[in-house]
Design a binder for this molecule. Sequence first.
Ligand code: ADP
Length: 268
Amino acid sequence: IIRLDGVPMTQDGSYRGMLFLLQEVTDIRRLEKMRSEFVANVSHELKTPVAAVKGFAETLLGGGVTDEKTARSFLQIIYDENERLNRLIGDILELSKIESKRAHLVCSPIHLSTFFDSVLETMSKVAEKKKISLSAEVPEELFIEGDEDKLRQIFMNLLSNAINYTHDGGNVRVIAVNKQKEDGSESVVFTVRDTGMGIPRKDLPRIFERFYRVDKARSRSSGGTGLGLSIVKHLVELHRGVISVESNLGIGTSFLLELPLLQEDEEY
Ligand code: ADP
């Protein structure tokens, strides 16, 4: 769409739209650049596990591995890398669905206390493994209108990051509070707080970008795809909410989300 607002119309009714046209071309170039970077990133991310699966399978097929322990450890690598491929493909499809605006909300009232009981139960196994204490502080009477599956995905992604990037024995906590806004509407402010390693200040503005990782090796070794937070941000925005992050290196990280209590009554 070429924006013509504010451009003076000539006597014959045509617009002088040159400047806007140039801006449009620049925008298209920028989008094309982003798209080709994304394709390059995706190819790179997919190639790594595919190469690992191929390499280890070839070694096993070559018959050179005779002891069972080594053979099993190679099979485990093949299995894990295949799982990573699965997650990557799932995340890429999810992201492309959201970005091409094909994702919509199926909203219902959600009792937040029950919702977090179930989310925390799902995450409890991973937390227990690292002896991380996982808890939620949610007012008993609080409901929110939203898409339950998508809200679940938001909090599962944030909580699995929080657990992932927190040392053994740490703390991960979710807090929800009801907020009355100045315009008379209401929202819910969520905080997902951990006592983990934190994020360096210079990286903070970029962590919601696709495939951006502070520490690539750590993210990969813990099974991360580098897409979790960009999916979270899109899903929050789909709910007309906002997300931000605060972090202190070596002390911990808090993600803050504000979601409207009610979704506007329209076609989701
Ligand atoms: P990943 O799959 O790598 O975790 P995400 O998009 O979920 O990808 O997160 C992007 C990066 O942000 C991570 O690689 C990590 O470096 C950083 N990060 C996210 N959450 C946290 C957290 N709670 N504590 C510390 N670093 C985090």
